[in-house]
Design a binder for this molecule. Structure first.
Ligand code: BGC
Length: 590
């Protein structure tokens, strides 16, 4: 996958009983007790209970002076009650006493502001709510002080029983599901990463779970390239981890990977009915289970599919019969539309559609038409653009996030760098500038104005000794670009197991304007494709772009592929590659 296509251009309010015992599942507004001058607060504590477990959503409102850090304290009435794992705060428990301290990103709490934190808990017998909360050691009275301190005027904000603004009611999604949330760490990938020396330095990063065939929904214990855990197993593990979000890749379109061979799938081009009923419907049924309502479930939708309909159909150099077929029969457009509609209808599910990368659709001839194709799919099969939270770029690819020593507007001796062999008239030199521009384009054609972009930074670090430390020589545009570029590939069209690549930015939310998160969707260390033909029962073919001895084709300017030797089939664990990715990580690993 990831071909280069230059040429082919979410209260009930319950009264608190005197005994402090509450009915499960309600919202509590706390009684007035002592108050200290500057700190005033109210706390809403809402739980959703099931036998033996519960999720608590705790909304803290600052009714006093502004705070730059905070810690919340409360006591469970019952000795069986335990915090299992929490989010948006650092949680600890000693006996029945629980403390939640702010995270580095949410310590600031202005007067009148609220912050919402939460945890998954365990109980037996009964699950009564705590009867008192403290904020920075002061008991929250839930109202204005009797004698307001001179420095702090009585709050003008609504009473604490009003619903917390930062915790949306059911069915209302947050703008950026990554913000303020901890990502699910796939234990299967973590184990593989830790099997390689030094792997524990990165193994606690969230990576996506690829649902790359029907059997992966329930788990495929005997597969060479997939783990034994199914979708439910991962969701249960995410709850147990206290994760805020989990990422899945929806990847099983009919006629998958139509312009390449390494990631062909199990469904033939006419299998759209099976895609809907045997693949999307069962995934949607699991993701819609109320048990998982506290998780933000993120779906990355169909890598590489829609851009192929623009750049790799007939009329384009390198067009394929399979791409023509799935364009003509609507398999990709209707499949993606169906997935968006079905999954987007779930209140805590977020869809991001794959939007290739700059070295594929960064040319004018591909940019606009690809945006239009994404819109066509987002409005197919009963879907609307409202099912789309955003888009992802650079999935499983190697394009640099930022090229610090080259700007697209640079010239060398009067010649634009766009004329260099490497850039080859592209409008972008890196993924960040491309992602931001493409976001604007998508909004301009009718996607929601709050869409956000993701950038897969799993393997675009390009550190190590080969990393340039300044611009290239100004002898020519080529010396300037080749000497200064961070992306050290032989050609930007090379996409398979690239030698010299390193881990990129570690996953994090809201890193730049318009960008929801840097993510690791391709789990580092999983192969892109085998370097020689390897028989398998997954539908995976042998693509010579994964063969280091292949001298290339029109799509990579007839260059060597730059692929690592001895690679297993796509998705299978490739320890030598993981080793190299760690060695060349940028930012470097310590
Ligand atoms: C493969 C999938 C695999 C994914 C993640 C893709 O190239 O086709 O089978 O799950 O990579 O490694």
């Amino acid at each position: 996958m990831n071909l280069w296509r230059r040429l082919s251009g979410r209260s009930r309010t319950l009264a608190l009983t005197s005994a402090g015992v509450l009915v499960a599942g309600g919202l509590v507004t706390l009684p007035v007790t002592a108050a200290q001058a500057a700190t005033q607060c109210s706390v809403d504590y809402v739980t959703s209970d099931w036998p033996g477990g519960f999720t608590a959503t705790v909304t803290i409102k600052n009714l006093g002076d502004p705070l730059s850090s905070w810690n919340l304290g409360f006591t469970f009435p019952n000795s069986s009650q335990k915090v299992v794992n929490g989010w948006s705060a650092l949680w600890s428990q000693s006996g029945q006493n629980v403390t939640a301290r702010n995270e580095s990103y949410n310590g600031s709490l202005p007067s009148g502001a609220t912050t919402t934190i939460g945890f998954n808990g365990a109980w037996s017998g009964s699950n009564p709510k705590p009867t008192s909360f403290t904020l920075n050691g002061t008991v929250c009275t839930g109202g204005s002080p009797t004698t307001p301190p001179p420095s702090s005027p009585p709050p003008s904000s609504p009473p604490p029983s009003s619903p917390p603004p930062s915790s949306p009611p059911p069915g209302q999604k947050v703008d950026n599901p990554y913000a303020g949330a901890r990502g699910y760490v796939n234990p299967e990938w973590k184990a593989k990463a830790e099997s390689v020396t030094g792997g524990s330095r990165v193994s606690n990063n969230p990576t996506a779970v690829w649902i790359d065939r029907i059997a992966a929904i329930n788990g495929t214990p005997n597969s060479s390239s997939n783990g034994a855990m199914g979708v439910r197993d991962h969701l249960n593990a995410a709850l147990a981890q206290g994760a805020g979000y989990i990422q899945f890749v929806i990847y099983n379109l009919p006629g998958r990977d139509c312009a390449a061979l390494a990631s062909n799938g199990e469904l033939g081009p006419d299998d759209l009915p099976r895609y809907k009923s045997e693949y999307i419907d069962p995934i949607a049924a699991i993701q819609a289970d109320p048990k998982y309502a506290s998780l933000r479930i993120i779906n990355i939708i169909e890598i590489d599919s829609l851009p192929n309909l623009v750049t790799n159909t007939s009329g384009n150099a390198g067009g394929t019969v399979m791409c023509d077929t799935v364009k003509a029969n609507g398999a990709y457009v209707n499949g993606v539309g169906y997935a968006l509609a079905k999954l987007g209808a779930i209140g805590n599910v977020y869809n991001y559609i794959d939007a290739a990368h700059h070295g594929w659709i960064g040319w004018d001839s591909n940019f606009g038409p690809t945006a239009d194709m994404l819109k066509t799919a987002a409005t197919a099969s009963g879907s609307t653009v409202r099912n789309v939270t955003g888009f992802i770029v650079n999935t499983a690819n190697y394009s640099a996030l930022k090229e610090p020593y080259i700007k697209i507007t640079d010239t060398v001796n009067g010649t634009t760098v766009r004329q260099s062999k490497w850039i080859d008239w592209n409008q972008y030199v890196d993924e960040l500038s491309f992602a931001q521009a493409f976001r604007n384009k998508l909004v301009s054609i009718g996607f929601e104005s709050n869409i956000g972009m993701l950038i897969d930074t799993s393997r675009n670090g390009w550190g190590g000794s080969a990393r340039p430390t300044g611009p290239g020589a100004t002898t020519s545009v080529d010396t300037y670009v080749n000497g200064g570029r961070i992306d050290r590939r032989i050609h930007a069209g090379n996409w398979c197991n690239q030698a010299g690549a390193g881990l990129g930015e570690r996953p994090r939310a809201t890193p730049e304007a318009g960008i929801d998160a840097y993510v690791w969707v391709k789990p580092p260390g999983e192969s892109d494709g085998s370097s020689t033909e390897i028989p398998n029962n997954e539908g995976k073919g042998f693509d010579r772009m994964c063969d280091p001895t292949y001298t290339g084709n029109a799509r990579n300017g007839n260059n060597l592929t730059g692929a690592l030797p001895n690679a297993p089939i796509s998705g299978a664990w490739f320890p030598a590659q993981f080793q190299e990715l760690m060695a060349n990580a940028y930012p470097p690993l310590s």
